[in-house]
Design a protein around this ligand. Sequence first.
Ligand code: GUN
Length: 292
Amino acid sequence: MTGSPRLLDGKRCGDALKTEIATQAAAVKAVRGRAPHLAAVLVGNDGASKTYVEAKVKACGSVGFRSSLIRLPETITEDELLARVRSLNADPELDGFIVQLPLPAHIDADRILQAIDPKKDVDGFHPQNVGNMVLGLPGFLPATPSGICELLKFYHIETAGKHCVVVGRSNIVGTPISILLSRNAYPGNCTVTLAHSRTKDLPSITRQADILVVAIGKPGFITGDVVKEGAVVVDVGIHRIPDASKKSGFRLEGDVDHPSVRGRCSAITPVPGGVGPMTITSLLMNTLKAAR
Ligand code: GUN
């Protein structure tokens, strides 16, 4: 490719969607007498998780939602956390809530996610919401895959008939985005290949991708030599790389090696400012939906 790729700017897209969310939140408040209310549960002291949860809570304020940040100690037992989930399920003042992942190793995350009331599961992680997504039935879509779809829509990226390669099969991103992009919808109607750690000759697969979604959790994993000329690249990764030249002591990098990929692709999501802000916007969209 000659020239720079188009930047799929998640901040710009997210801000546009947030303006609409704020209008609708005000309408909900006028009818019900209270604003949509999201709670976020954060267990332990992981720095990255704390940053993400605080960003989610701050975003609520920007669209006129009420928010609650519930911080719980690393030492909480699974039963104690289950009891908190049940009390949030029963709280009539709360429209939706999330439990930030990962949870400490002594807690079975599946058990916690399955205890969340599907009607308040604005992360879309409960099996009932996952099943509805697979079947194309109404429910909450998981925030990151849904945010990627909104971003593709905002930039009018053509998807029908394209070969989409998803790298990474997590429950949060890889598996659901592979399902959403293969559905008979827009964005969708892709032919999807879901690649993972046991995929043989991954470069031969990624080089076939018209749309490449990378959610493998390894900084700089996808380099320019494995990307098809003109591909649309969605970088879901976000890693803190120690960097003494930064005031914070770290810089943020994705799963894609942007310097080498930029010259080959036609469009790419930046890191930061690409998928991250879209995840938060989708969470707000789900919370608005729950409030209605
Ligand atoms: N950890 C990483 N991404 C997410 C997310 O979208 N929701 C929650 N709850 N935890 C996460």
